[in-house]
Write a protein that binds this ligand. Structure first.
Ligand code: COA
Length: 332
């Protein structure tokens, strides 16, 4: 029997039009453009504004673009995996809300929470669904309205995050050696005290006191997270190269999570890659959490050629981290 492989066959993306620049942040907290740019590489981020607008509203825009590009309708979708830490509501899932908003009547789906590594974990799940032969397409959505959980009085976090969302369609391919080839994925709950939201879940349900203490916002011990991220992301990226006998020359693009330009540089250096092979959007979008990796693919799609070797790598809260090796399946 021919082995069924899974490949990305279409990409969509959406970022809201409103820009939050470093100069804007200088008016909110004690910071400055020079510090933010030199420590993180960020110049500006996008913010989703508008009463009642949620992560699923960005998904509607991105998914409709993807469907148009692929020439299919929402009713053709079989599975929707919605990777996010800013679901519209705790329940029902954003996958359900999205399916209703785009009119996907034949899909099942659910949300997947793995912080900044969520899109990688979603990609892995979609790959196995396709390889099993059970489904003929899976939509993986990754995105966040981070502005809904960021404290704009906390300079440790508000300078980093932005809003945005991307999506990919995964379909079977019988072509040899094309598609989503290998993955190294990890979690370590030791990290749960260094990047998290204290209140709002079942451990500390919302109370007036928790709101007053600003415990519904993201807390990050940046130094500790940095230390683990810088080695974690580089380790798995090097490991996936070794396992697949890839040299730096074989790799067309590193597609790294964008938490801090210095973490990205360290990963590229460990892989022996020059800056010309590294996708970067942290300067104009900041860290969009689950949105980062699909948005990179969306922005770079036209430059990607069939057969290009891509390594996607991420590190995030949990801790969660990993790398996925993809041989790009189409020319745009
Ligand atoms: N503006 C100006 N100064 C700031 C500042 C800001 N926004 N934030 C902190 N500072 C100050 C600190 O008070 C400190 O001053 P001091 O030396 O007088 O005490 C100094 O700058 C250095 O602070 P530090 O926290 O050590 O900065 P850093 O170099 O570690 O950078 C992060 C902070 C958050 C950018 C960095 O730690 C980071 O990127 N962490 C990892 C993020 C990540 O990977 N997240 C996971 C995925 S989401």
């Amino acid at each position: 029997m021919t082995k069924i492989s899974a490949a990305i066959t279409a990409v969509g993306g959406y970022v809201p039009p409103d820009v939050l620049s470093n100069a804007d942040l200088e008016k909110l907290v004690d910071t400055n453009d020079e510090w933010i740019l030199s420590r993180t590489g960020i110049k500006e981020r996008r913010i989703l504004k508008g009463e009642g607008l949620a992560t699923s509203d960005m998904a509607v825009e991105a998914v409709n673009e993807l469907l148009r590009k692929r020439g299919i309708t929402a009713n053709d979708l079989e599975v929707i995996i919605f990777c996010t830490v800013t679901a519209d509501k705790i329940f029902p899932s954003s996958a359900c809300i999205l399916a209703d908003k785009i009119g996907a009547k034949n899909a099942f789906g659910y949300d997947l929470a793995a912080a900044c590594s969520g899109f990688l974990f979603g990609l892995e799940t979609a790959t196995r669904f396709i390889e099993s032969g059970r489904y003929k397409n899976v939509l993986v959505v990754g995105g966040d309205k981070m502005s809904s959980i960021i404290d704009y009085t906390d300079r440790n976090t508000c300078i980093i995050f932005g809003d945005g969302l991307g999506c990919v369609l995964i379909e079977p391919t019988e072509e040899e050696n094309v598609g989503i080839i290998d993955s190294v994925l990890k979690i370590d709950g030791y990290g749960r005290n260094f990047l998290y939201q204290k209140a709002g879940g079942s451990q500390y349900p919302p109370t007036h006191e928790s709101i007053d203490a600003r415990e519904h916002f993201v807390y990050q011990d940046g130094k500790t997270v940095y230390k683990f991220a810088v080695t974690g992301m580089a380790d798995v990226s090097a490991q996936i190269m070794e396992r697949n006998h890839l040299t730096a020359d074989d790799i067309a693009w590193l597609v790294p999570h964008q938490a801090n330009l210095r973490i990205i540089d360290a990963t590229a250096e460990r892989m022996g890659l020059g800056k010309d092979k590294v996708m970067i959007n942290i300067d104009h979008f900041g860290n969009t959490t689950n949105g980062t990796l699909p948005l990179l693919l969306w922005e770079w799609e036209k430059k990607l050629k069939k057969g290009d070797n891509l390594v996607l790598a991420a590190f995030g809260g949990g801790f969660t981290w990993g790398a996925i090796y993809i041989k790009w399946a189409y020319n745009s």
